[in-house]
Design a protein. Structure first.
Length: 109
């Protein structure tokens, strides 16, 4: 288990997704949390990385517990489910932030 956690942490060091998160929304969220309370910022930071590494460890354990690799059909279903979940999340984010984008465009003119 310790090896799986350390390998997941090492893989995430070179994964661009956390870096993109911190460069966009994460940095602002962490700064706001720190202004509110340094302890809240530490909990936010720790929670983010525990969730990031933990989800990957759990997924790896589920896949490895079967004792055989994914066959093409379940793998395809997992990819389709992931694509649908990401698309739905993206649409919700766009709907939520679209009014803000329109407001920013009107104030800069």
């Amino acid at each position: 288990m310790r090896r799986a956690v350390s390998e997941s942490a090492f893989a995430n060091l070179f994964n661009p997704h956390p870096w993109l998160f911190w460069l966009t929304a994460g940095g602002a969220l962490l700064s706001t949390a720190y202004d509110d309370s340094p302890a809240r910022a530490i909990w936010f930071l720790a929670g983010f990385y525990v969730a990031l590494v933990g989800v990957k460890v759990v997924c790896a354990r589920i896949v490895s517990s079967s004792g055989r690799p994914f066959s093409p059909e379940p793998y395809r279903r997992a990819l389709v489910a992931s694509a649908v979940l990401r698309t739905v999340t993206g649409v919700f984010v766009m709907i939520h932030f679209f009014p803000t984008l329109l407001d920013l465009g009107s104030t800069s003119a």
